[in-house]
Design a protein around this ligand. Sequence first.
Ligand code: SF4
Length: 165
Amino acid sequence: MKVRLAAPFTEDSIVDGEGIRSVIWFQGCSHHCKECQNPETWPFDKGMEYDVEDVKKMIDNLEDQDGITFSGGDPMFQPEALLELIKHTHEKGMNVWVYTGFTYEEILKLKPIYKEILENTDVLIDGRFEIEKKTMSAKFRGSSNQRVINASESIKQGKVIIRYE
Ligand code: SF4
């Protein structure tokens, strides 16, 4: 299986979730939010294609990381590869955060694999970036409409569990 990434890894990030994290940047996003900080990640034919097995090996080589954050672009546009990498991240004892332009409710209306992604995601930051709601004070998100959601817990309880207000 292949995955198209904008950049494979940023290591030792402290701004893309709790703890010390590596970020995997997926290529491709059709949400086209006004004043998106990463418009170069929008085209679905740019970036580089990797074999998922090779990305797993890169995950295996990480040291001293609490978790992996999947960002982009929007990782939800490559669900099969995303799920595979999420599961591998957990197998390696690290937690999983996912950034997406879809809302939690929109994701649940997509095909079944998306529910499986949520079941395996510790924390989901959802929703498009809305420049009119831009905030510097909200933890780990760019605009106040976005939510930091305990995703797997939300699926279990059948309601959205917010991690931070
Ligand atoms: S969802 Fe994220 S990557 Fe996509 S356009 Fe919006 S801010 Fe940019």
